[in-house]
Design a protein around this ligand. Structure first.
Ligand code: E4P
Length: 215
């Protein structure tokens, strides 16, 4: 399973890239706004560090304008992926851009039926938001399992990006289920490395070692 970072923070991206474990990055308008940066400048900076897909979201709501935006973003770097929202206009744009060979990530997906439409529109990626589904009182990981089943039934090539991740367990479950990608906020990514028993184990080994040396 590929691991993407869900952030537009360049310092964090550089830090995590050093481990060689970042396969791509997803941004959204909220994440770019948080950085107080120009979208084009920041996305180009990210694309110079990470060579996997970098998702940049269109800001228009009309299909024609989304298509223009998508074509413009796609020229910023060879690994740019255009995020189109899961709306009727977003799907029109997704279909046109995909036919032109531009990778599209259909975002803000909350149902299996929406994921089916995104795949039929030829999207390279679909982003179901599991955390927000859970927040709404439904089961986000159940949604992932349904989408995996649908895509398997019809051999769709669209890759599932499990998004809106809130815990390391959701990352593990995504891998168990066979999702293609998880996009992970930095705080949760950091937690993937950790387990209290690992820390306790290291402490005990080092304590035992120094006690033995003193004898
Ligand atoms: C995905 O591409 C989105 O950027 C992201 O996962 C949204 O997550 P949130 O629900 O934590 O804002």
């Amino acid at each position: 399973m590929k691991l993407f970072l869900d952030t537009a923070d360049l310092v964090i991206i550089q830090k995590y890239a050093a481990w060689g474990l970042v396969d791509g990055v997803t941004t959204n308008p909220s994440l770019i706004a948080k950085e107080g940066m120009d979208l084009e400048k920041r996305v180009k900076e990210i694309a110079s560090i990470i060579h996997g897909p970098i998702s940049a979201e269109v800001l228009s709501t009309e299909a024609k304008d989304m298509i223009e935006e998508g074509r413009r973003y796609a020229k910023w770097a060879s690994n740019i992926c255009i995020k189109c929202p899961m709306t009727p206009n977003g799907l029109l744009a997704a279909q046109t851009l995909s036919k032109e060979g531009i990778a599209v990530n259909v975002t803000l997906v909350f149902s299996a039926a929406q994921a089916l439409l995104a795949a039929k529109a030829g999207a390279a990626f679909v982003s179901p938001f599991v955390g927000r589904v859970d927040d709404a009182g439904q089961d986000g990981m159940e949604l992932i399992s349904e989408i995996i089943e649908i895509y398997k039934n019809y051999q769709f090539k669209t890759e599932i990006i499990v998004a809106s991740i809130r815990s390391p367990r959701q990352v593990a479950l995504s891998a168990i289920m066979g999702a293609h990608v998880c996009t992970i906020p930095p705080d949760i990514y950091g937690k993937l490395f950790r387990h209290p028993l690992t820390d306790q184990g290291i402490k005990k080994f080092l304590d035992d070692w120094s006690k033995a040396k003193k004898k």
